[in-house]
Design a protein around this ligand. Structure first.
Ligand code: PMP
Ligand code: GLN
Length: 390
């Protein structure tokens, strides 16, 4: 029997291929390059944390937990947000445990954006935002962060606001640039949005990675932002367990109601034993308190080594990323350069252009320093000795 089914599908995401992180990690493996591309630690998490997951499984925490997440974990998140940022979120109806920040952001957009609504994104931005907005039927309004410094330009953000603006996505500390928004930045955003009904999706997955004594300015600290904000974070970044894919959302009850309507039919709920383990861990340790110093030391080690190469380093105020200008090293495009760096020099990085919808090339690439010192040293040795000097 001949079938009339034609598998020529109309793509919901015609412009989208495989993410740059997957592509570059595969290339790194193929060429045995030191992978400083995709953002993930190559070191183990605290063995106490894996022991707690094991204990939770042994104790029988293996069935569905409550839809919004294990209560003890929501309590721990609530306690942390209040202690660090001075705002109380009720565990019962203002905190939801998610399958990582990626699901949190997708679910928030699906819950809050109606077809034709505009969503402002600040480019460069994390690569899931734009396809997520498209899937929600929203219209992406791209506003560039200032090239060179990657600081927000509130004049440009103001000009992008319209009667159709439903939401803005912000991200501090910022992937990929490593910039951290100041209190003045947050106050400027708060003032700008005060006369509007715009929702803020605040991606704070690097909340515990801020350097040189600076503070993380969570949107939850600012009343005029908190009332309209979906705060998103990820345990993966904080506890060196990116593969566990568990995060959380904190938002006022009215927003949480809508968030959970989608969440329950998106994932319903999230990995039970990992939630119990994280709850127990958070109750007994504030391991994140040591993170700024831990990552600042790695940043400084990496920067000191990079100073012996022709790369020009940008500041890294937070996150676990270090950006570098390649213009003194090569005439190649960012993308070609990252391929060549992997295949010929043996170190993998990510082109900044991958974080722009239209691939804006400003000769900057991103390295991840969430690696063992020995990994960073191996990469630095290659960059110091194998790059042609101009
Ligand atoms: N937002 C940003 C800015 C990120 O860098 C990441 C890391 N992949 C995510 C969201 C997603 O986090 P998760 O792995 O918890 O989904
Ligand atoms: N957030 C990580 C990065 O920016 C990777 C996430 C992913 O692989 N999707 O490198």
């Amino acid at each position: 029997m001949t079938s009339s089914f034609s598998p020529v599908l109309q793509s919901r995401l015609p412009q989208v291929g495989t993410t740059i992180f997957t592509v570059m990690s595969a290339l790194a493996t193929q060429h045995q390059a030191v992978n400083l591309g995709q953002g993930f630690p190559d070191f183990a998490c605290d063995p106490a944390l894996t022991a707690l997951v094991n204990a939770a499984m042994q104790a029988g925490h293996n069935q569905y937990p409550l839809m919004a997440g294990v209560p003890a974990l929501r309590d721990a998140v609530s306690e942390k947000l209040e202690r660090l940022y001075g705002r109380h979120y009720r565990a019962a109806d203002e905190i939801t445990i998610t399958a990582g920040a990626t699901q949190a952001i997708f679910t928030a957009l699906m819950a809050l954006v109606h077809p034709g609504d505009e969503v402002i994104v600040l480019e460069p931005c994390y690569d899931s935002y734009l396809p997520n907005i498209a899937l929600a039927g929203g219209v992406v309004v791209r506003v560039p962060l200032t090239p060179g410094t990657f600081r927000p330009d509130f004049g440009k953000i103001a000009a992008a606001l319209s009667a159709k603006t439903r939401a803005i996505i912000i991200n501090t500390p910022h992937n990929p640039s490593g910039t951290v928004w100041s209190q003045a930045d947050m106050l400027a955003l708060e003032a700008l949005l005060a006369p509007t009904n715009v929702i803020v999706i605040s991606d704070e997955v690097y909340e515990h990675m801020v350097f040189d004594g600076a503070a993380h300015e969570s949107a939850s600290r600012f009343g005029g932002l908190a009332e309209r904000a979906i705060i998103v974070s990820s345990f993966g970044k904080t506890y060196h367990v990116t593969g566990w894919k568990v995060g959380f959302v904190a938002a006022p009850a009215a927003l949480t109601v809508e968030f959970r309507k989608v969440h329950q039919f998106n994932v319903f709920t999230v990995n039970t034993p990992v939630q119990h383990a994280l709850a127990a861990y958070m109750a007994h340790t504030d391991a994140y308190a040591a993170l700024p110093a831990f990552y600042q030391r790695k940043r400084d080690l990496f920067r000191a080594g990079m100073a012996q190469t022709p790369f020009k380093l940008l500041p890294s105020e937070g996150t676990f990323f270090q950006c570098a200008d390649i213009s003194a090293v090569s005439d190649r495009s960012e993308s070609d350069f990252c391929q060549w760096l992997t295949t010929d020099i043996g170190v993998t990085a990510i082109p900044m252009s991958a974080f722009y919808a239209e691939g804006f090339d400003q000769r900057i690439i991103r390295f991840c320093f969430a690696k063992e010192d020995s990994t960073l040293e191996a990469a630095l040795e290659r960059l110091q000795t194998r790059l042609p000097r101009t």
